[in-house]
Design a protein around this ligand. Structure first.
Ligand SMILES: C[S@@+](CC[C@H](N)C(=O)[O-])C[C@H]1O[C@@H](n2cnc3c(N)ncnc32)[C@H](O)[C@@H]1O
Length: 197
């Protein structure tokens, strides 16, 4: 039976492999497997996010919401070695891979959604959110995590134009999350959502 990458406990037979994250500033091999998002190569939207968004805050807590096997978490941890980077995912196989891929990075914590202390506020959120979970779950995720942006913090979301980037943009505005389109590249939008000033 086919399985979604956002299953909490994927059962697909393992097929471990390594993919290359090759950015201007970070070049590293990452372990991937079946049952997680984009196991054969770094996702094109993730690359657009990592090549477009300005440098993260140097300190504080940073969140990669829906970290998968960890490409965004790894880039954040390299770019902000003085910050604590939280990689959060519901998929336990993804968390296991993300832990392995960040084992040498002392400033990373990989957790399920309930593993982040409730009083942790985020100086920035970077996310390639799980659009295919459906609007109900996606909107719940936004309502749960965006209010946890620290004052002045920004959440950067990459969403494929054809998978509803503009409708998510409108929904965020309607919910009272001030949002602008930071960039539009290769069929992806980068949405920048402002926290409270
Ligand atoms: C589009 S993938 C991005 C993965 C990774 N950040 C990357 O760039 O390759 C979205 C991720 O969100 C995770 N996810 C789905 N529902 C979630 C939820 N409610 N809370 C946290 N993560 C969730 C999925 O398991 C998946 O790994």
């Amino acid at each position: 039976m086919s399985e979604h990458y956002f299953s909490s406990s994927p059962s697909a037979a393992r097929a471990p492999r390594t993919v290359r994250l090759a950015l201007r500033d970070v070049q590293v091999g990452l372990a991937t497997d079946t049952g997680v998002f984009s196991p054969a190569a770094i996702d094109a939207g993730t690359l657009v996010l990592l090549e477009t968004v300005p440098s993260p805050p140097a300190a504080g807590d940073l969140l990669d919401l829906g970290c998968g096997y960890g490409p965004i978490t790894v880039a954040l941890a390299h770019r902000a070695p003085g910050a604590t980077v939280w990689g959060v995912d519901v998929n336990e196989r993804a968390r296991e891979l993300a832990r392995a891929n960040t084992a040498s990075l002392p400033n990373v914590r990989i957790e399920g959604p309930d593993g982040v202390p409730a009083d942790t506020g985020f100086a920035a959120i970077w996310s390639n959110p799980p659009i295919k979970v459906g609007k109900g779950v996606l909107h719940e995720m936004m309502r749960r995590w965006l209010p946890r942006l620290a004052p002045g913090g920004v959440a950067y979301l990459v969403v494929q134009r054809h998978l509803g980037a503009d409708s998510l943009h409108r929904w965020l505005e309607a919910e009272g999350f001030p949002t602008e389109r930071l960039a539009s590249r290769k069929g992806y939008r980068i949405l920048a959502v402002r926290g409270n000033e």
